[in-house]
Design a protein. Sequence first.
Length: 321
Amino acid sequence: MPILESELIRQIRRRADRSSGPVRIGIGDDCAVIRPRGGEDIVVTTDFSIEGVHFRRDWHPPESVGHRCLARALSDIAAMGAQPMACFLSLALAKSTPQKWVDGFLRGFLKLAERYSCTLAGGDTSSSLSGIVADVMVLGSLPSGKAVLRSGAKVGDTVYVTGSLGGAAAGLQRLQEQKVPQPARKSLRGMTGSQHFFPEPRIAMGEFLRQNKLAHAMIDISDGLSTDLNHVCEESRVGAMINSTLLPIAKHATLEHALHGGEDYELLFTASPKAKVPVEMAGVPITEIGWVTRGRGVYITDLTSKPKRLRPRGWEHFRKS
Ligand SMILES: [Mg+2]
């Protein structure tokens, strides 16, 4: 590690939120103490971010790595319709990690945590023999029994997605093909690649859909539409038909990116065809992309040719290239 572990913990503690809201005791004791309100359920998710697997130091600025490792977990909280409460960060740093990198990482992480009132309440630090590892846990809360599950889709439901799809995969592909020279990387962050470098978890959207009882089933699109919609269908014991002409494909992305590219962190949900689902929320579009069918399997059609099976090819598919 670049600095002593005790110094790293001191730095994190100095920069982390003070104990607030449901976090009664944060960093500094043996355990955090968290007090949910009466009548609430706690939802918990954990996510690994591993150098060389989930990020590369030569591609991703440290702020992006910090942001993304928390955004991935927050996106899972959004997919339940929950409100974030607290997060925990376990960080293993390679000996060669510069202090500047640690600073940038914490800046990206804590900025996002603060935006969603998600107190950094603890974690662990260690040295790593090869590469950086960040393990993030997030706790969220919602009224008892009201979590929106993957298993709630009903035959005849309409399938919706938030935002646009494929932007993160298109950004990743541009990095892989080295189409973006080093000095231009900054502009990539601001434009086409923002979905890749700084994905926005759809917390408010998830809560809105839960509060208004609009979503029967919900998942966040972390592995790609084809994979994640298949998860919903399996858990709900239904099938689905996607109309490819309706897909909100991100700028610079292809249909392939939109179907199989992961890391968009948009929400996918199903709702009764009678539900009054808004067409957008706070500038983020909500698009109808298909419907839930009897039987099993996800199919795709452009309404002119015979429907084709849409097999789960997300994430793995793009990792190979
Ligand atoms: Mg998820």
